[in-house]
Design a protein around this ligand. Structure first.
Ligand code: ATP
Length: 260
């Protein structure tokens, strides 16, 4: 795939970015009635990095991602993406991001190609056919371009959501458990493209329980547990604060104390 045009688009979108931070979360609280899902979470992610968001089940990862994407409203707190406030400048945020949920809702009666056409028209992507061909090729979905979403396997549905997310060259990519359901070749491709996109200035926030699979691509780490942020910073800072250079899994257990 070629990334020269992506670089130009990503850089042109950064006029509002004066902090060097792609994501800023300050004192974020979110409750669902009785359940407190986010209990004063604060963290930031520098532009052009891949940050992994980890935590035990129910830690608040999906709630945080969905609030950053403007799908959920925070109970309180300040959240900004690409330099724009997610509540008061929601449209400006949505124009610059892509979100792939863990179980992507597709349009069951649209074909694979029609999904890409739809996204291209929503985001006004001019060279969408060429880019779509490249994406389908790299995701090994060429033979499924005329298949309806309802005819796809779980992994294929995930791939379509990823292709749609990549098509408009988002400035910030939110991927919620993107590796689950993908075959080894697709996992390798997705990781490679995340690194390529970050190298062009895009930012990736990826949540995953598959620590060993994201370890080699992420430079930043955010650890949540029971709605609180236990750590946010570079992986190197995590190692320094813990006094060891163990694997991401070891860092995770040291921070959450959840091994038992
Ligand atoms: P997992 O790793 O299991 O996907 P998570 O870290 O993504 O978990 P969230 O999905 O954000 O966690 O959930 C955080 C808390 O909020 C949990 O206690 C969950 O039960 C609760 N919660 C999430 N969505 C809702 C909802 N729509 N209504 C009520 N409670 C919710």
């Amino acid at each position: 795939m070629r990334f020269h045009s992506e670089r130009r688009i990503v850089l042109s979108n950064m006029q509002n970015d004066t902090t060097g931070l792609a994501i800023e979360v300050r004192e974020f609280y979110k409750d669902y009635g009785q359940t407190v899902a986010a209990d004063g979470i604060s963290f930031s992610v520098p532009r052009g990095t891949i940050a992994t968001l980890v935590g035990p089940n129910g830690a608040g990862k999906t709630t945080t991602i969905r609030t950053l994407c403007g799908i959920l409203r925070p109970t309180s707190g300040q959240l900004s993406v690409a330099g724009f406030d997610v509540q008061t400048q929601a449209l400006l945020v949505k124009q610059r991001i892509a979100y792939v949920p863990d179980d992507p809702p597709l349009f069951e009666t649209l074909t694979v190609w029609e999904h890409l056409q739809f996204v291209a028209s929503a985001y006004n992507v001019s060279d969408w056919q060429t880019k779509s061909e490249q994406l389908l090729d790299s995701l090994r979905l060429e033979t499924k371009r005329s298949a309806l979403a309802s005819e796809l396997s779980r992994g294929m549905r995930q791939k379509i959501a990823i292709a749609c997310a990549y098509l408009h060259d988002p400035e910030v990519l939110f991927l919620d458990e993107p590796l689950t359901g993908l075959d080894p070749a697709a996992i390798r491709m997705l990781k490679k493209t995340m690194v390529q996109r970050a190298s062009t200035g895009a930012t990736v926030l990826v949540s995953s329980h598959l620590l060993a699979l994201v370890e080699d691509i992420c430079s930043h780490l955010i650890v949540l547990r029971k709605g609180k942020c236990l750590f946010s910073g570079s992986l190197q800072a995590a190692h320094e604060s813990l006094g060891h250079t163990g694997s991401l899994e070891e860092v995770f257990f040291s921070l959450t104390g959840d091994e038992e």
